[in-house]
Write a protein that binds this ligand. Sequence first.
Ligand code: NAD
Ligand code: G6P
Ligand code: MN
Length: 447
Amino acid sequence: MSATDKRYSVVIAGGGSTFTPGFVLSLIANEDRFPLRKLKFYDNDEERQKKIGDACAIIMKERAPQIEFSYTTDPEEAFTDVDFVMGSIRVGKYHMRELDEKIPLRYGVNGQETTGPGGMAYGLRSIPAIIEIIDWMEKYSPNAWMINYSNTIAIVAEACRRLRPHAKVINICDMPVALMTRMAQICGLNDYHDLDVNYYGLNHFGWWKEVRDKKTGQDLMPKLRDHIAQNGYWIGGQFDQETEKSWAETYKKAKDCYALDPEALPNTYLQYYYFPQYEVANADPHHTRTDEIREYRQKIVFDECARIVQAGTAKGNIWEASIEHSNYIVDICHAIAYNTHEKFFANIPNNGAIANIDPDSVVEVPCWFGADGVQPMATGNAGEFERGMMMEQQTCEKLVVDAYEQHSYNKMWQAFALNKTVPDAAIAKKILDDMIPVNKPYWPELK
Ligand code: NAD
Ligand code: G6P
Ligand code: MN
């Protein structure tokens, strides 16, 4: 078989994820350029995964019977004979996400999945689970690559840098490409593939310095500045105002971030650091994003899976048109498999990519993806303001990994206390003290 005839074996870790059916449809849609021989799901929650797995088995049988499909909770079965691991786990599931969001809000502090104390709590839960998966992958399929997007990515990437520096794991986020797709549409282009950019920062904490039309080289910044100054990244009603209300608000809020700092275009997540008081005032401490997901995304996905299983067919399923996030991950696997050296984004040790940032700390920058992994692009200097913000945030992320390695209460308190979203060190302690008992099954014992 020549290299070009190769068919790949993929395992989705976190098979019970709400995003899994979208991945399956993306993989099928991309069969011509990234052909599969095997697709497996792995999860540690048998019941949750079965609901998604049984529906996907029907999708696979109808759309891609040539691909061998199975799902399992056994790590050896899952990670043996795979070329790619797609990491999509949520340690503690939505129950713990809810606590990440609601505990800080008790004290008037930002309650969000990946930012502030909630994001740091989530990162600390994810570290051992991701390391475990890397170790299984290395044991059972030593040549495989793991494309991980299980959050909190900045913290997971710092843990990988320290604990498994040689592992073939790439930690990614879809926010830059999701925003670039919006930018492309604002400029009358199709999607992120049509843009060439210079972007720098940390995960959920970055800025675009340059955006150009990839084909013509035309500078698109003036057009984007005009749009963002008026509308943020909001491009109209395609978003279901009811089911994704908080995302609609987030896209619009980028207008205020941009107004404060018009030198570069902001990642949407900067809203939590620029406007912590607004975010808290605007939040309902008893109804957060997790509730919205339970009411809509999770319900819609699991109801649809049940419907497919009941009907015995996946004809007319709801995911056909909404696979943007999963297409990106297939793009990345394709670039590694075929050594294309396309430019995407990764969270990697800086090593000079941002000239005035410590070479050892993890940053999110454009990288060339190929068979040897990722090579970061040199992005130049961070602005002085942005550099200051990044150093503070990076230190928080490092302190969380210190807390993990040293089982240190004090390091975790320092991480919370230093964070820009936390106004007071005593409040940081109260939040941490509320989080420790509920995180007992997942965190090391902090002493
Ligand atoms: P979800 O709760 O629907 O699914 C996660 C699955 O992971 C669950 O089925 C759960 O049982 C499983 N799981 C938990 N711990 C596990 C472990 N140790 N081993 C194996 N399986 C385990 O979550 P979701 O909302 O679909 O999100 C999945 C993940 O993707 C989250 O980490 C989320 O933050 C992340 N995400 C990241 C990006 C990004 O930009 N990087 C984008 C979207 C989602
Ligand atoms: C974006 C971010 C992810 C994050 C997700 C949360 O895609 O890049 O890192 O996990 O949004 O979305 P949700 O709909 O679960 O709130
Ligand atoms: Mn992300």
